[in-house]
Each structure stands twice: as C-alpha cells, then as structure tokens.
Design a protein around this ligand. Structure first.
Ligand SMILES: [Zn+2]
Length: 164
C-alpha cells in the first residue's frame, strides 16, 4: 500500500481505538483506507409479489441491480438515478435493509428494497443482457449462490411477504 499524497510506501502503526492503521512517514499521518460505496437494489413491482433480477453481459447467473454512489451524492439519489439509467423506470418508494462489506470487490454495499412503477422495462443493454421478473421463489432459485446478493435477497423476500 502506498500513500495517495506522496507515493511513499505505507507502514502499519498503532492508532488508539483503531488498531493497526496504514501510516505515511513522509506525511506523518495515518492513511485510513478508502473504499467505494454502492447501493444494492431488490427491485419489486407495486404489488410486491415479483422481483426483478439482472443478468450481466458475459455472465450466466442472475444478480441484483447495483450501482456506485457518486462522490457528493446520497444513496437516496443514487437509487432513482440508477433505476432510470438501467431500466428506464421510476421509483415509487424504497426501504433501507442492511449493509455488508463485499470483500471480493473491496466495497461497502447498502441494500434497499426498491418499489418501481409498473411500466415496461427499457433496458440499458450495454451492461445488462437480461432483466427478468421472477416470483419470490424463482428469484431465490436463480440468484447466484453464496453471494452478498443472495444474503440481501433472502432478507428482502422475508420483508416483502409483509410488504414494505
Ligand atoms: Zn505520504
């Protein structure tokens, strides 16, 4: 790991209440690791009995819709922006569920249930090959297993049984 300010190789130094933190000797400062934050979205219809799964280009499994939170943006803005960009749909309401650190991509994911208007999908085809409406059970079957997406989906389905 290198300092983002001066390029010096970082060492680990003890920091009170934080444990070992990367430290730059040149800048004489701790360099707390930065990581991106993204929203993960369990997209559902108004009746909340269907879930929309995404299949990316060059991918066999289905996953949830997701998008990076832009610098300066809050998650509440990211959701309608991403849903509009990827699906051409409007968001009716959202419910925050939980967060999980996605170690594989070094990324914090914030999961929401997102209710969308019942309008046709206008898919952004350069990123997503297919978007498929599924019943709760089908979605649980199709989602890529042992993933953060599966964890979020399982919790969301429990919540959707009661409706949000
Ligand atoms: Zn430095």
């Amino acid at each position: 790991m290198y300092c983002k300010n001066c390029g010096q190789k970082l060492t680990l130094r003890f920091c009170e209440n934080e444990g070992l933190v990367p430290y730059c000797d040149t800048c004489a400062d701790y360099m707390f690791p930065l990581f991106p934050v993204a929203v993960s979205m369990v997209v559902t219809n108004r009746a909340q009995d269907k879930i929309l799964l995404a299949k990316h280009v060059e991918d066999d499994d289905f996953i949830l819709f997701a998008g990076y939170i832009k610098k300066g943006e809050n998650a509440e803005k990211t959701i309608p922006r991403e849903i509009k960009e990827e699906l051409g749909m409007n968001v009716v309401k959202t419910k925050f569920m939980s967060t999980r650190f996605h170690a594989k991509k070094d990324l914090l994911m914030l999961n929401f249930i997102v209710v969308v208007e019942d309008t046709p999908i206008k898919l952004k085809t350069d990123e997503i090959a297919e978007a498929r409406w599924c019943t709760h059970d089908q979605a649980l079957e199709l989602i890529r297993k042992n993933t953060t997406a599966e964890f979020f989906l399982t919790n969301a389905v429990k919540e959707l049984k009661k409706k949000i």
